[in-house]
Design a protein around this ligand. Sequence first.
Ligand code: MG
Length: 173
Amino acid sequence: MDKKRLLVDMDGVMADVYAQFMAWEFRATGIQYRREDVIGVDEVQAFPNGKKHVYQKYFFESMPVMENAVEIMRQLTHAYELFIVTAAMEFPNSLPEKYRWLDTHFPFIHWKRRVFCGDKSVIQGDILIDDHFKNLDTFSGKTYLFTQPHNANSTDHGHERVANWLEIAEKLL
Ligand SMILES: [Mg+2]
């Protein structure tokens, strides 16, 4: 039987983008934000210097990895035809930096399985894990909404929520 095609987002799913925004904001201003301070706001808009930081070198490359993501992704690559699907056009540094980030933390994901794109609505597959409604709402397969502060207080738009990687493992392995 053919394996199902599983598509996995990077920022806010594999990469802890909030930890990064908070660390860079603290370094720039001395203000320590918490996740509960930024509920319901798009992550780039949520921090005063967010829009500046996404254009700075090393922001994407030094992003922390989400807890348990590496080991569970390794298992998922055996169980599924797994592709990374990530937006990497809006912020020019993000493309090479995200590629190197995958080489560093997820070297078992072959370049043929890395889809760096602008608009994810062109993407098709059986299952998509993402944290943004704009990507999930247009997807024709099964969808999982990864809970992040920007979507935490929203209705789930009919997508199945997962709060962390252990829940992904429970549902998909
Ligand atoms: Mg994302």
